[in-house]
Design a protein around this ligand. Sequence first.
Ligand SMILES: [Zn+2]
Length: 179
Amino acid sequence: MSRTRFFAALVGLLTAFTLAAPSTATADTQQTLVRTIYYDSSRAAELTSTVEDAVKIWNAGVTSVKLVKGSGGITITTAQNGSAPGTASCVGCTRGQIYFYRNQITSSGASSLRVVVHEFGHILSLNHPSDIGNCAKVMAGGRCQNAQPSSAELAAVQRFWTGRIAAPAPAPHEHAVFA
Ligand SMILES: [Zn+2]
């Protein structure tokens, strides 16, 4: 084989290998992908550390999605007066807004950590259950202190984000329960 033909064959071999490689890599990536949702708590005011605690609770409970501090995702704002302790702009989404309202958190009788965990629960795909006021579920509202999601709530979030490559379309969310 001449030197030129040898290089042509070598290049051909490398090209074939390079073309074959991406599909294998993509398949591996899809199986192990952990969806990242960025959150910006720079306007969470006195709830900033509570937001960190809520993030730790969710990140410890699920592996298919991870909440990471950063911009371009969910912005968190604490304001004085609103119609509910908290609101989330979407359910099962990677971009949106969470608002917390001081007057409503105070009067709700729920722990502020439970309220924050609840709003992240919406972002992570959860809606309100039918048994409103059940303290064992963070999505059930109520005058409760428990901020630990139930095993069923964690499993639902885990299922929703497993294998989810593209962000789902944001769904409008009318917030009534944590009120
Ligand atoms: Zn809610």
